[in-house]
Design a protein around this ligand. Structure first.
Ligand code: SF4
Length: 221
């Protein structure tokens, strides 16, 4: 089904209907609705969404943005998750070599290393699944479960309503692989030049682009 089938009002109504729904039901709707036009974008902080989604559709396409600045722990987690779930993992890379752009213009760097590679891939897709949650930060507290993204595609956030405690419980009960940096002071994990440890009680995303007013890389804007 084309994303053009849905008006913004349709998406808002679907999103509202899914507020109390289990994440697996939301994933199942996305799989049935978009078929091969759907992919899952994984950050490799943890594999909760991948665990939920592959139980619905074991062959779901999973994409990972290799910005060329990931921590070694993140790359190792990606390999571990790929093997554990026998994923059809697509690694998306930027069309530029590593450089110093992050030192002078983080917006342009994120655009080149995250937004543009995903946009190129999504040109052939209608919808994507993300692990975005309202509890992660103030900037995400109003996230819808189903919404239109900046490209006009449908973005589905099956875990939007999950608390940190729900995530921890799911990880424990389902033995879900997690990035070891989560236990080393990094509750939110991005590229190493732009991710710092946070103090206990701080916003989970406070270590991302710390010292600047940037809070999002652009994927979710
Ligand atoms: Fe570049 Fe930092 Fe954005 Fe990674 S998070 S793409 S290093 S600006």
């Amino acid at each position: 089904m084309s994303t053009l089938t849905f008006t913004d009002a349709d998406l808002a109504a679907i999103s509202a209907r899914f507020e109390p729904a289990p994440a697996a039901d939301i994933v199942a709707w996305a799989v049935e609705t978009f078929g091969d036009g759907l992919c899952l974008a994984a950050s490799m902080a943890d594999a909760v969404l991948i665990d939920v989604a592959t139980k619905v559709d074991p062959s779901i396409e999973v994409v990972f943005l290799d910005t060329q600045y990931h921590f070694p722990e993140t790359l190792a987690t990606a390999r571990r998750v790929e093997q554990r779930y026998r994923l059809k993992l697509r690694v998306l890379t930027p069309d530029r070599e590593p450089d110093d752009l992050w030192r002078t213009d983080t917006d342009a760097c994120c655009q080149a290393r995250k937004v543009d590679p995903l946009s190129r891939h999504m040109a052939e897709r209608a919808a994507w699944l993300t692990g975005l949650r309202r509890a992660e930060s103030d900037s995400r507290r109003d996230a819808a479960i189903v919404q239109r993204d900046g490209r006009g595609l449908v973005k589905v956030n099956p875990l939007a309503t999950w608390t940190d405690e729900q995530v921890d419980t799911y990880i424990r009960e389902h033995d879900v692989p997690v990035n070891p940096l989560l236990f080393d002071g990094y509750p939110s994990i991005g590229c190493w030049p732009c991710t710092q440890r946070v103090e206990p009680g701080e916003d989970a995303r406070a270590g991302r682009w710390a010292g600047s007013d940037k809070t999002e890389c652009g994927l979710h804007l």
